[in-house]
Write a protein that binds this ligand. Structure first.
Ligand SMILES: Cc1ncc(COP(=O)(O)O)c(C=O)c1O
Length: 401
């Protein structure tokens, strides 16, 4: 009997706990406490922050890193640093967390929402190309569902039309496209360290770039407009005066330094488990896994996504299937965020959001996508087998639903 009807769930064992920490975080926090340097650096980065900015940006192929308070702020400041302002159009994908679009509004620009590709569920480069106008200034690409848009094409389009390419890597720590780290392919990469992300300090974000001017502008923007006195680029950022404070604390940076040490190993584990799960799920009629682009040489799922075809499940709607799967002890959900065309709203600035009449692929995702959280992929192959077993169990007891 299905667990949702009172039967025994397939899975009762706990899943890997998230976030992961050990005595190294405890030690780093204690050291920071005793150092009495707790706050973010005001003019310069604080000591832990500086160390983290150097290590994280180097790991991701960039020479500059600027810690900020969140992934949303990373995007916001990145957009300001490239000069986005009133009337500028920035192309964003329909499937993403709404910060990708709201950051454009915050910077004063107009987000142009385009549909995603049906194979990858990431930004469709064909839709990007069709949406370019004389007002387009930038593209924000997003790595979603452990997958990537076609970064070769997006780079080519950006070059051809003289647009900035910002990579929203909030869900892509440690990813590589043709062995080049995510965040270093376009002009600027933006990461989040919010609680659920692959690396976390509870909250936080970082901007990485190989462009020194953009980095200096972001540094000034995050700390009430202060400019590093001795920097030759200061002159160029003088007019960026503003009153915002988006600094990160040394405690966050101290934790993130330890989290970075685990990233490579955890990525390998998640990638191997997600590939194994995809292989096993392909045995089930009515379940289709996402096609991960082969050029994405290192990846991990955030979240993992598979497509559910209700026709092969006696027309049981995806929401009911998800309830049944949860009852079997598998943490899962329907699509984590409905298309941006539906979720992005802003009082007073609605007219600045540029929507297409329809988003056939993103809209179909609501009816067919099931997602699993990243943390379960830190487990074992046997854990993945439990996911498969639970789906097969539901499929063989559909009459009970
Ligand atoms: C794709 C994407 N972009 C941006 C963000 C914003 O990051 P934060 O929550 O740190 O502001 C998130 C995080 O939820 C995200 O998933």
């Amino acid at each position: 009997m299905l667990a949702i009807k009172g039967g025994k769930p397939v899975r009762t064992k706990p899943w890997p706990a998230w976030p992961v920490y050990d005595e190294r975080e405890t030690k780093a926090l204690e050291e920071t406490l005793k150092s009495r340097f707790w706050g973010g650096g005001v003019g310069e980065s604080g000591p832990k922050e500086k160390e983290f900015e150097e290590k994280f940006s180097m790991f991701h192929g960039c020479s500059h890193g600027v810690c900020v308070s969140s992934g949303t702020e990373a995007l916001h400041l990145a957009l300001l640093s490239i000069g986005i302002g009133a009337g500028d159009e920035v192309i964003v994908p329909a499937l993403t967390f709404w910060a990708t679009g709201s950051a454009v509004l915050m910077a004063g620009g107009n987000p142009v929402i385009v549909d995603v590709d049906k194979e990858s569920y990431c930004m469709s480069f064909e839709e990007v190309e069709k949406s370019i106008t004389s007002r387009t200034k930038a593209i924000i690409s997003v790595y979603n569902y452990g997958n990537s848009p076609d970064m070769d094409k997006l780079f080519e389009i950006a070059e051809k039309h003289g647009l900035a390419l910002i990579e929203d890597c909030a869900r892509a720590h440690g990813f590589m496209w043709r062995n080049k780290p995510a965040g270093s392919i376009g002009d600027i990469g933006c990461f989040s360290f919010q609680q659920g992300k692959f690396m976390t300090a509870g909250e936080g974000g970082i901007i990485i770039t190989n462009n020194r001017l953009y980095a200096e502008r972001c540094r000034a923007l995050r700390t009430c407009g202060r400019i590093r006195g001795d920097d030759v680029y200061s002159v160029g950022v003088e007019y960026w005066w503003n009153w915002w404070n988006f600094r990160m604390t040394q405690f966050q940076a101290a934790i993130l330094l330890v989290q970075l040490e685990r990233l490579e190993e955890q990525t390998k584990t998640r990638q191997a488990n997600s590939e194994y799960l995809s292989m096993r799920l392909s045995e089930i009629e009515g379940i289709t896994t996402l096609k991960i682009d082969e050029r994405l040489t290192r990846h991990q799922p955030w979240p993992y996504l598979f497509k559910y075809d209700s026709k092969c499940f006696e027309n049981i709607p995806v929401e009911r299937f998800v309830e049944a799967l949860k009852a079997e002890g598998i943490p899962c959900s329907t699509i984590d965020h409905p298309p941006l065309s539906m979720t992005l709203t802003a009082r007073g600035s609605r007219s600045r959001i540029i929507r297409k009449p329809k988003y056939p692929v993103a809209e179909s995702a609501i009816r067919e996508a099931v997602t699993l959280p990243q943390s379960i992929f830190l487990g074992t192959k046997e854990d993945m087998d439990d996911v498969v077993e639970a789906i097969v169990k539901i499929k063989t007891h559909l009459g009970e639903l």
